[in-house]
Design a binder for this molecule. Structure first.
Ligand SMILES: CCCCCCCCCCCCC[C@H](O)CC(=O)SCCNC(=O)CCNC(=O)[C@H](O)C(C)(C)COP(=O)(O)OP(=O)(O)OC[C@H]1O[C@@H](n2cnc3c(N)ncnc32)[C@H](O)[C@@H]1OP(=O)(O)O
Length: 783
């Protein structure tokens, strides 16, 4: 647990708790014993603390911190901390790997810190709904100041060794053998006075500005937190670092207790484990096919067909993971654009050498030797089937063929080939090189080996892969359907688009449904509805009631907006289209950066650059996906007017568009809707409960095997607020299944023609029998 050895006058304590050397109560107990032994031994004059194996301790063991062992764990942690801080012999921490949370806090309590160049330090507790509760909020500001401490602790960001050295958090970077160097360093500081080495005894450098700094950052922190309580609580603890150390520690402990006992901390820790647990997949229809039994094919080279936004993003992800890629695009201009984008992104990530792994082509025969192909052409079944027919002939028989589709039938695509066992869906989310989710869809004939291969691919390229079954929209987009429908029905009944967005954003989503549609493109859903014959390109189908389709209530408002050209979206033409947009840039277009909310006038930016196209490339691939979103939204809202919003000069928020508001008002009048006041609570309940109800159907039908799979999809693909744990966790642990059932019963009685508000049989059954979502389909669960 903590191995004790001596090298002359130096005692070395090596934490040994594989794989991450996390602090359990036993590890901490062993550390306390080791420290006591070293202090007692007159021959020992200095102490080195290090981690055995791949890393310095990565923090407290979360399973213990969350469970019944929390109390002894915490008291042991504090005991170690105190022993270290007050020790009369110098203690040197030798850091390699990841010194996180309690691990970094232990290092801060020590007298000296050495690190290898590749070491990473961080206080990531905020991501777990907590704060660094072993003195981190008190010692860090004493070294880097309140302002930087707020930034580092509320973001939980990684601090690389070199940066740590600059910030004064480590004393020396060690190039050679860390342990050897640490022992010799320890020897060199033996006998030196320790008082100025104890961070607890220092004063905070910017103590006089603490209130000013807190006030200046409070608003940004609150906005970014989107309802999470941990970030601001971290700030409160940091604020106490200007008090005498003991008083600050007492405040930190109080605030830590508050956070640890909150439902949000439990939810965020659930998210942490769920993100990892999805790797332990099992086939929703046959539990015998799972991550243990199915063996993946080794993938070294991948063909990507289609060099649009998605194809380019997928290519970047694959290259960054070190895979060979053959990118095929039949349109030369499009291919050149994609190459420029890929080059630029990789250059920004200092990964230019990865370009050598890329081959670009317009010729399908170049795909003959790849291990796998990911098709990313336009979302059209006929086109995709044609591509798969070609791929089946050209690629080697054992190659896996994957379709990047957001909802088309995988079985129909597979039927175009003679190898349906090797066909699978891989639903990437845009921007594909940034978004973490990969929804992997198996078809009726997809083999276990093919499933294992795409699940492994997700891990290889740093994505969170979730295995789901084949149905319209799969899991994520299928559940989004009822949510969107309710949002539209709410418009008919009296709320304006911005009211719906505000309520959903206050719940914690980064964007409400209307801003999201503005961004994604109103015509995507329109095309789908046209294909499903719910509407036509010219208006409602003949002899169809305006507000009903197949017995269900139907809102034609988005169709009407599309007919007026109010797409609010990009139409797939990428930069070509943006180039065209330049010609009629007669009015101001504003780009909003989500990072700091600042707004720029595109025309003014353009005055300093050569072409709009180059400017867009610069902006789109600046290391910030939010920037991409806002840039595209702003541009597209110019090219085709946005569905509901406009961005006024200098404004930081999407503003309601009077034209749309008038149109909705006329529509209400025409169809006899009486405008009524609708509360935010009703908006949130109707939108989110109908989405969650669909999640129960998805589980019931075996489309997802576990509730946590759905949670992970929503957390990593749809911006569901992390501090609530995901839709299924939230409803079970925070709202309660019974309350969900009663609310759905109330709403479905009021709206009998909204089929998505009818409670799912699984929900009814669970409430009747007292069942639990957490237990559904989980095996070997840590949760
Ligand atoms: C009740 C009220 C009492 C109030 C008392 C007040 C007193 C205050 C005293 C409080 C003291 C608090 C101390 C401290 O501030 C709290 C902490 O330290 S919290 C923990 C901080 N550390 C982290 O958050 C690290 C989380 N881990 C990671 O980021 C990554 O795992 C990694 C370290 C970067 C490694 O990444 P990878 O190499 O990709 O590996 P995996 O992520 O796949 O992990 C492998 C495996 O390990 C499991 N695991 C990882 N971290 C932990 C952990 N901290 N505890 C338990 N288990 C962990 C992970 O789940 C994987 O498991 P597998 O899926 O393989 O089973």
């Amino acid at each position: 647990m903590a191995e004790y050895s001596t090298y002359g006058s130096v005692a070395v304590l090596q934490v040994n708790n594989p794989p991450l050397n996390t602090f359990t109560r036993h590890v901490l107990q062993a550390l306390v014993s080791g420290l006591e032994r070293a202090q007692r031994d007159p021959a020992v004059r200095s102490i080195v603390i290090a981690g055995k194996g791949p890393t310095f301790p990565a923090g407290a063991d979360l399973e213990e911190l969350l469970g019944t062992a929390a109390a002894p764990l915490l008291s042991n942690l504090r005991m170690v901390d105190k022993h270290v801080d007050t020790c009369q012999k110098p203690i040197v921490c030798a850091i390699h790997g990841t010194a996180l949370g309690g691990g970094f806090e232990l290092a801060l309590a020590s007298h000296y810190r050495l690190a290898v160049p590749s070491a990473t330090l961080s206080l990531p507790e905020v991501h777990l709904g907590m704060l660094p509760g072993a003195g981190g909020t008190q010692r860090l500001p004493r070294v880097v100041g309140v302002k930087s401490a707020i930034q580092l602790i509320t973001s939980g960001q990684d601090i690389k060794a070199q940066q740590a050295l600059t910030l004064g958090l480590v004393d020396k970077i060690v190039q050679g053998d860390l342990l050897k160097e640490a022992v010799s360093f320890a020897r060199s500081v033996e006998g030196r006075p320790l008082e100025d080495r104890r961070i607890s005894q220092r004063t905070v450098p910017d103590a006089d500005k603490v209130d000013e700094v807190v006030e200046a950052t409070r608003k940004t922190i609150l906005r970014k937190a989107r309802g999470a309580i941990a970030p601001l609580t971290c700030v409160q603890a940091i604020q106490a670092s200007v008090l005498p150390f003991a008083a600050g520690m007492a405040r930190e402990a109080d605030l830590m207790t508050y956070l640890m006992t909150s439902w949000q901390a439990a939810a965020q820790q659930y998210v942490f484990f769920s993100e990892r647990e999805v790797r332990q997949w099992s086939h929703p229809r046959d539990k015998h096919i799972n991550f243990r039994t199915a063996k993946p094919t080794v993938i070294k080279s991948v063909g990507v067909v289609g060099a649009g936004t998605m194809g380019a993003g997928i290519t970047i992800s694959l290259l960054q993971a070190g895979l060979k890629v053959v990118l095929l695009e039949v349109n030369k201009k499009q291919l050149d654009k994609a190459i420029a984008v890929i080059q630029k992104t990789l250059r920004q990530k200092s990964a230019s050498q990865k370009m050598s792994q890329l081959t670009t082509t317009m010729d399908y025969s170049q795909l003959s030797d790849v291990d796998m192909v990911i098709e990313a052409v336009f979302e059209n079944l006929r086109l995709k089937k044609e591509v798969f027919r070609k791929l089946d002939v050209i690629t080697k028989p054992q190659a896996v063929l994957a379709s990047n589709t957001s909802g088309l039938d995988i079985d129909k695509i597979a039927a175009a080939t003679k190898r349906p066992d090797k066909v699978v869906g891989t639903h990437f989310f845009s921007p594909a090189n940034v978004m973490r989710l990969l929804e992997n869809i198996y078809g009726k004939k997809t083999s276990a080996e093919t499933v294992a291969t795409v699940m492994q691919l997700a891990t290889t390229i740093g994505k969170v892969g979730v295995l789901v079954g084949n149905c319209a929209g799969f899991v994520g987009n299928r559940m989004l359907g009822p949510y969107r429908s309710e949002a539209l029905f709410l418009l008919e009944e009296g709320v304006d688009p911005q009211d719906v967005d505000r309520a959903i954003e206050e719940f914690g989503f980064p964007m409400g449904p209307f801003r999201m549609t503005d961004l994604a493109g109103n015509d995507i859903g329109w095309r789908r509805r046209i294909e499903a014959r719910l509407t036509t390109e010219h208006g409602p189908p003949p002899d169809t009631p305006a507000l009903y389709r197949r017995g269900d209530r139907y809102c034609p408002l988005p169709d009407m907006l599309c007919l007026q050209g109010r797409l609010g979206q990009k139409t797939g033409a990428g930069c070509m289209m943006l180039q065209e947009a330049k010609d009629d840039l007669t009015e101001n277009i504003y780009i909003r950066f989500r990072t700091d909310g600042s707004v720029f006038d595109l025309r003014r930016l353009l005055a300093h650059t050569k072409t709009l196209e180059e400017l867009i490339l610069d902006l789109l691939f600046a290391d910030d996906c939010a920037l991409l979103a806002h840039t595209e939204a702003a541009l597209m809202s110019h090219h085709a007017p946005s569905m509901c919003n406009r961005y006024d000069p200098g404004s930081r928020t999407a503003l309601p568009d009077p034209v749309v508001l008038q149109m909705i008002q006329d529509y209400r009048q025409e169809h006899g809707f009486k405008k009524r006041t609708i509360s935010s609570q009703e908006i949130v309940e109707r939108c989110l409960y109908s989405l969650i109800n669909e999640g129960f159907h998805v589980l019931d039908e075996g489309i997802a095997s576990r509730a946590l799979d759905i949670d992970v999809i929503y957390l990593f693909g749809y911006g569901w607020p992390r501090h609530t744990g995901g839709p299924m966790y939230y409803v079970e642990r925070v709202i309660g299944l019974e309350k969900l059932l009663r609310s759905l019963e109330t709403y479905s009685a009021r709206y009998p023609n909204h089929s998505h508000l009818q409670p799912s049989p699984l929900l009814r059954d669970m409430v009747a029998k007292g069942g639990s979502l957490a237990a559904l389909g989980t095996t070997d669960s840590k949760l």
